[in-house]
Design a protein around this ligand. Structure first.
Ligand code: EPZ
Length: 420
């Protein structure tokens, strides 16, 4: 299946169950290497990035199996840290294996994780922090070899940017280290807190989860215990359908949505004229036929408005009333979706690589459009819901990286959408 066809003009109505969080599941699956016992991690989303992480764990020697809605990992036979090439270059989110394999094996050889269409995606913060913990990095035939000749030891680390991935890698390397690690300027994203919760279930001693100051008391090489853990619902997927409701003037129940992790997005929904309330099952949202545009929208690290929801908010704004200045402060190339939205009739002015101004128009027209990355692809699907006629979104492989089945979910909300 390589395209999604949408017949626009339908308001989303009904209930949709939100899948488990991709960005929580990936580092937690990597963290399961830090124990020699079996872990069972439930509510993992069935998406391409998780499938690839599972095959990576297997390539490192783990026994991994999907069992009644979860993934069982038995890492007792992990042997060495040779990461297969497609591991890193093909998927940024396996970078968290760096800290986990170092923690377990003391060395890892990996390809340089390339940049991607949303930005350069450097790893300098990861490398600088791990060096302070006794890790040595060497180039080896275009690959990166990381070793810890004297073992990994605790350190005091100040992150100049609240990098989610760097925070996660430091936590993973620190859990078994000799001594304590203090991370100042840590990322506060809920996925980092979920990783801390899993590691604590495994016996790691971590203070400050959810804050920007984390302290890890290393186990001095003693492996952690196995654990049972349930992945929280995916706030970005919930936000995708929240903006789908706003875009189409719908009434939607986002079942299982992590409302406490979505305050910034819900504030924007209210500014756009929607009403929401906590329901027993999640979040109930009601939106007007045409949203209002807030004057400004700026992405920032959690608890600010998440960069991963920016494209979906932009799409929902294209047929709203008014004008909005959107500023993307996290990634430098997160406006690729602007061009295809313009082809559909959107009025978006690019001010620079981090700012666009969107002015609401009365109609969008269905077109053949190409997704270039995960969240831009989801945004094009939302635009298709709003457009007259049929929109065909190509590049479904990007969308499949983060959504179990976006067509299934939106069909449950009444959309006329098929994967072809
Ligand atoms: C994580 O990426 C998420 N991915 C991203 O979600 C998310 O957009 C991002 O965090 C920000 O919230 C996963 O969790 C798998 P960062 P990550 O390190 O860790 C700069 C999605 O759609 N930086 O927090 O790669 C970097 O360039 C994906 O699900 C450095 O300069 O993001 C960026 O400007 C997309 N040096 C900023 O920090 C470094 O060493 C934030 O990046 C690392 C990062």
């Amino acid at each position: 299946m390589d395209s999604i066809h949408i017949q626009g003009g339908v308001s989303l109505q009904g209930r949709v169950l939100i899948q488990g969080s991709k960005n929580a599941a990936l580092p937690i699956l990597a963290a399961s290497l830090l124990t020699k016992e079996t872990s069972c991690i439930r509510n993992c989303p069935r998406i391409a990035d998780v499938y690839r992480m599972v095959s990576l764990l297997k390539s490192l020697g783990c026994e991994v199996a999907w069992v009644d809605g979860g993934i069982r990992v038995n890492p007792v036979c992990v042997c060495g840290g040779e990461m297969p090439e497609e591991a890193i270059t093909g998927m940024r989110s396996s970078l968290c294996l760096l800290g986990a394999v170092l923690g377990r094996c003391g060395e890892v050889v990996m390809e340089h994780p390339g940049g991607c269409v949303i930005g350069e995606r450097p790893i300098d913060l990861h490398i600088d922090a791990l060096k302070k913990m006794g890790v040595v990095f060497e180039e080896e035939g275009g690959r990166l070899r990381a070793t810890a000749p004297g073992g990994i030891h605790g350190a005091r680390i100040c992150l100049p940017i609240a990098s989610v991935g760097a925070t996660e890698n430091i936590l993973l390397a620190a859990a078994l280290a000799k001594g304590d690690t203090l991370i100042q300027g840590a990322a506060r994203e809920p996925e980092v807190a979920a990783l801390c919760a899993y590691l604590s279930e495994c016996g790691a001693r971590i203070e400050g989860a959810g804050s920007d100051r984390l302290c890890v008391r290393g186990s001095c090489g003693r492996p952690l215990d196995g654990a049972q853990f349930c992945i929280p619902a995916d706030r970005i997927v919930a936000g995708t359908y929240l903006f789908g409701c706003i875009a189409t003037g719908g009434n939607v129940l986002l079942a299982d949505a992590p409302v406490d992790q979505m305050e910034a997005a819900l504030r924007v929904a209210v500014r756009m004229g929607s009403r929401w309330e906590r329901a027993r099952e999640g979040i109930y949202v009601q939106s007007p036929p045409r949203p209002l545009l807030p004057e400004k929208l700026r992405t920032s690290p959690h608890p600010g408005f998440p960069t991963d929801m920016q494209s979906m908010a932009l799409a929902a704004m294209t047929k709203g009333k008014g004008q909005c200045l959107i500023e993307e402060t996290i990634f430098e190339k997160r406006f690729r979706v602007v061009e295809p939205l313009r082809e559909m009739g959107a009025d978006i002015e690019t001010l620079n690589s981090r700012k666009v101004s969107v002015r609401g128009v009365s109609r969008l027209v269905g077109r053949d459009v190409e997704a270039g990355e995960l969240r831009g692809g989801a945004a094009l699907v939302l635009a298709g819901l709003m457009a007259e006629g049929v929109t065909r979104v190509y590049g479904v492989k990007y969308i499949d990286r983060g959504y179990e089945n976006i067509c299934r979910d939106l069909r449950e909300l009444g959309a006329r959408i098929v994967s072809v």
